[in-house]
Design a protein around this ligand. Structure first.
Ligand code: NAP
Length: 283
């Protein structure tokens, strides 16, 4: 007699060798004493539609989707959560019992959960509820939707390419607006939260050169770049005595809903898990 198959999930991207997701899910499988596997899959863009269509017969319960497949997963999933639909990108796939492929975007709640954890749940009210978001790529889309869900009163988006900022601000109707980069000092003076979603400050990229002096003393600064963990932006925020929130927590918290959907228990982001990923990043 053969037992039930071991639950399997994946992270798919191209390239994928750098992904820390197998470490995160491997940690939780061990912590819960569960059988299961979480595999890295390198799939080139041209092969992604075939990969996705074959999922129901593959034995996988689902998986995470990363660069460059998040938009393709959005276009190809059979069903979407309202949040994924709004963001226009999918980072979590779940194969349903009927073989249909559901797509979700957990970057938005992952970012907000990390702010809850780091700043306390009252963070959306800081300095009257205004957030300034730098960048207008895929991560910015998720974060603006997440911030709007959490009741921010004003979300200002500044980006190198202004037209993209307008598109992202439109994801928060009534409260979102695009901001010219030159107008940042005035906007920062009224902001309770500054978020960097650009790749500036990431290892190998130019630094983000921004004067934080105008921010109110109650403001918090979040950077979603996590290589390095302590970006120059976060170091500058700490020097000013501001609350500083690093990008690793978003990566850890976005993984929670997927693990629960594929393996059962809702996992916890613990200091031990964080320490494991920090050590891996340092290595
Ligand atoms: P993306 O879609 O490629 O967007 C990149 C953004 O950075 C765009 O707004 C782009 O501006 C801006 N940018 C790039 N180079 C720039 C430069 N030299 N000067 C000014 N702006 C520049 O990337 P993404 O997926 O949103 O990811 C952005 C960053 O977030 C990456 O560092 C990624 O690793 C990180 N991230 C972290 C997490 C996490 O869990 N912590 C999750 C997702 C992403 P233009 O529109 O003008 O090109």
């Amino acid at each position: 007699m053969t037992g039930a198959p071991i639950p399997r999930a994946f992270v798919v991207g191209h390239p994928i060798a750098h992904s820390r997701s197998p470490l995160i899910h491997g940690h939780w499988l061990a912590a819960h004493g569960l059988p299961g596997s979480y595999e890295r899959l390198d799939v080139a863009p041209a092969a992604f539609p075939t990969f996705l269509r074959a999922l129901p017969d593959s034995g996988f319960r689902g998986g995470n989707v990363t660069i460059p497949h998040k938009e393709a997963a959005f276009a190809l999933a059979d069903t979407l959560t309202p949040r994924a639909e709004k963001i226009g990108a999918v980072n979590t796939l779940v194969v349903g019992p009927d073989g249909r492929i559901g797509g979700d975007n957990t970057d938005a709640p992952g970012f907000c959960a990390h702010l809850d954890h780091s700043l306390g749940e009252g963070w959306p009210g800081r300095a009257g509820g205004t957030a300034v978001v730098l960048g207008a790529g895929g991560a910015a889309r998720a974060i603006v939707v997440g911030l709007a869900e959490r009741g921010l009163r004003r979300i200002l988006v500044a980006n190198r390419t202004p037209a993209r900022a307008e598109g992202v601000a439109a994801l928060a109707p009534g409260i979102g607006a695009a901001l010219a980069w030159d107008d940042l000092p005035a906007a920062l003076a009224g902001a309770g939260l500054l978020v960097n979603t650009t790749s500036l400050g990431m290892r190998g990229q130019p630094p983000l050169d921004l004067d934080l002096a105008p921010l109110p003393a109650s403001a918090a600064v979040a950077d979603i770049v996590y290589v390095p963990l302590e970006t120059a932006l976060l170091a500058a925020a700490r020097r000013r005595g501001l609350a500083a929130v690093d990008g690793l927590g978003m990566l850890l918290h976005q993984a929670v809903p997927g693990f629960e959907a594929w393996f059962g228990p809702r996992p916890t982001v613990t200091p031990a898990l964080r320490a494991k990923i920090v050590a891996d990043l340092a290595g």
